[in-house]
Design a protein around this ligand. Structure first.
Ligand code: C2E
Ligand code: MG
Ligand code: MG
Length: 616
């Protein structure tokens, strides 16, 4: 069919071609002349053979076919034309003489479209021929249109298919992009581990399972690297990153494929130990992790040590939310840190109470600053050479609206953790200086009475520390030579150069520096030497370990001689008994402070206290 369409000269605009097949030459002639005159191109054939040859040369637009022919009758010829692909569609009009036995039904069945009877009626012949030619032309036009349509549909289909393929490619690309984004949203870029979001999701899943299955238990771990900041600060972030990856890899070695190891933040990791029957198994894994991390990490340039503190919680259906479980595990981790780092700690509910307590304390502390709930108590310091009071230590207290007087050991750590220590300590300094300057012209107060103020290590990291200090000095007009600053060893532990510079600045202002709680920190003696201290305050724990027996005085004599050899004063803190005082005098300790002389006293009682001229 397709081939025929291709070969057919589809619509002819020139003269229509009619092939007349009749064994009677007369008939041929008559018909031919009628049609030629009507403007058709007419060809003639006497039999099937001739007709076939004529069609092979040019395909006619119409065939007029006689029925009665000697060798092969019109029906047969018609059937052959219809059977041949090229001619099958050419309309055939049968011609029959009136006396012929013409079977119209057979004619139509073999494929004829019309018939004309002899003798010919001129008009009738023309009308019938014209009709068929018109029909055929229309049919051919339709065919042409059809084929064009088909062509167009094909082209369209092809275009669409192409567009579809492109679309599918785009979908695949955007799908993979989406997957990548999802992957990024749920994973940590550095280590490739699940991040906090995914970790919480998995925790939630484990919790839900625990609620449905009685026998299902799991454990959670929170790991925080010990002093990781030091690596970042000293060796740089790239080394820090390299180390984190190495740590993650070592931890992974201690876990099974069903466990989840996630990076929860900077140097924090979380673990879900899935399907555990016993908490002891979690403890074993924690011990294994600590052991694996205890050997050096050989990084590309450096070799470093790094261990972690681990909090462990037992996950079960009692927890409502994954965040609560994580919070408790975090609390346990903090306990591990407080207990000395590089160890694990298992959560127990009391810790939660402590954490809540700390949170409440923090909230109250914020309000306390606004409401000015802080007060300073002053504890006298006695010069052992004269037995008279040489000065006071300013000690902070918090007058809590319903919990009463709170001691600094309870709230200073929280204030330091939250940064609230900065305004609080500045306030203490300001108040102590105001006190000093109000004493300067008081008749009952010796001129050189000192006040020592405890400053938290955090304060030294404030960029405007010295400027603030100068402002206080300027506004209170205090004589700086009678102001003393007490700092603990933790201040000089880190960042030596900067701290040294700040301490030098204080020295230039003639302020005295006291090393507080001497002996409880980690500083080495060589360290002590580089800083410009004026006195060492021996921690009360050492003073209280001095026994009645002279031969067993503990470390106090050594500490006093250290101060002596450095050419600075020794102050003993926490003196509670006469024996301790006697020993300290024997040892030539310069100053002492403790309940034996006086507990810290309220500001309003100081004048009376001094008027009584106490002496020991
Ligand atoms: P610290 O500077 O070593 O202060 C001495 C602590 O020992 C004071 O406790 C004092 O009341 C106590 N103490 C004095 N004599 C005796 C004694 O004979 N026996 C015993 N057992 N204890 C005695 P307090 O006032 O509770 O202060 C505790 C710590 O809080 C201070 O230790 C100091 O480190 C810190 N602190 C106090 N006030 C401030 C402050 O204004 N700023 C900062 N940053 N820290 C402060
Ligand atoms: Mg002190
Ligand atoms: Mg002290």
């Amino acid at each position: 069919m397709e081939q025929m369409q291709n070969e057919l000269p589809v619509v002819r605009t020139h003269k229509k071609d009619i092939l007349i097949i009749d064994d009677m030459v007369d008939n041929l002639r008559v018909l031919s002349s009628i049609l030629t005159r009507a403007g058709y191109n007419v060809r003639k054939a006497l039999n099937w053979q001739m007709a076939l040859t004529a069609c092979k040369t040019v395909l006619p637009d119409l065939i007029l076919l006689d029925i009665m022919m000697p060798e092969m009758d019109g029906y047969e010829v018609c059937q052959r034309f219809k059977a041949w692909e090229l001619t099958a569609e050419i309309p055939v009009i049968f011609i029959s003489a009136l006396d012929d036995v013409f079977d119209k039904v057979k004619g139509f069945k073999t494929g004829g479209v019309d018939y004309i009877t002899k003798p010919f009626e001129l008009e009738e012949v023309l009308v019938r021929v014209q009709n068929q030619i018109k029909l055929r032309t229309t049919q051919l036009e339709l065919l042409a249109l059809n084929s064009e349509l088909e062509q167009r549909v094909k082209q369209r289909t092809w275009d669409l298919e192409k567009a579809l393929v492109k679309l599918q490619q785009e979908i695949t690309i955007s799908q993979s992009l989406q997957n990548k984004l999802l992957e990024m949203a749920l994973h940590d870029a550095l280590t490739g581990l699940p991040n906090r979001v995914l970790f919480i999701k998995r925790l939630e899943k484990a919790l839900n399972r625990a609620k449905q299955e009685d026998n299902y238990h799991f454990a959670v771990m929170y790991l925080d690297c010990d002093r990781f900041k030091m690596i970042n600060d000293s060796l740089g972030h790239l080394v820090g990153d390299e180390l984190l990856i190495a740590i993650a890899n070592r931890i992974q070695l201690c876990l099974t494929s069903s466990d989840t190891l996630a990076r929860l933040g900077g140097d924090e990791f979380g673990i879900i130990l899935d399907t555990l029957t016993d908490l002891n198994l979690a403890i074993q894994i924690a011990e294994n992790i600590l052991q694996k991390l205890s050997t050096t990490f050989k990084l590309s340039i450096y070799e470093v040590f790094m261990n972690v503190s681990i909090g462990i919680s037992w996950g079960g259906k009692d927890y409502e939310k994954p965040e609560h479980l994580l919070r408790d595990t975090d609390t346990a981790m903090y306990h591990a840190k407080a207990l000395g780092r590089a160890r694990y700690h298992v959560f127990n509910p009391a810790m939660y109470q402590n954490a809540i307590h700390a949170l409440e304390m923090e909230n109250d502390l914020r309000k306390a600053i606004e409401r000015q709930e802080f007060v300073i108590y002053y504890q006298p310091i006695v010069a052992l050479s004269t037995g008279k009071i040489s000065g006071f230590e300013a000690l902070l207290r918090w007058q809590h609206p319903y919990r009463g007087l709170i001691y600094p050991t309870e709230f200073i750590p929280i204030a330091e953790e939250t940064g609230l220590i900065n305004p609080i300590n500045t306030w203490v300094l300001q108040s102590a200086c105001e006190q000093l300057s109000s004493w300067q012209n008081h008749p009952d107060i010796p001129k050189n009475l000192t006040i020592s103020v405890n400053l938290s290590a955090r304060l030294f990291y404030q960029t405007n520390f010295i400027a603030q200090f100068d402002q206080v000095l300027y506004h209170t007009k205090v004589d700086p030579t009678i102001l003393e600053i007490e700092i603990t060893e933790s201040v000089i532990m880190d960042n030596t150069e900067e701290i040294k510079a700040i301490l030098q600045e204080l020295k230039q202002r003639k302020i005295k520096l006291i090393m507080d709680d001497f002996g409880t920190g980690y500083s080495s003696l060589s360290y002590l030497h580089i800083f410009p201290f004026d006195a060492l305050k021996i921690d009360k724990s050492f003073v209280q370990l001095m026994h009645a027996n002279k031969a067993n005085m503990g470390l106090v004599p050594a500490m006093i001689s250290i101060a002596e050899s450095m050419g600075i004063a020794a102050i003993a803190e926490g003196v509670e008994t006469k024996e301790q005082l006697a020993h300290l005098k024997d040892l030539n300790c310069d100053f002492a402070q403790g309940y034996l002389f006086s507990k810290p006293i309220e500001q309003k009682s100081i004048i009376d206290f001094l008027k009584s001229l106490p002496q020991w």
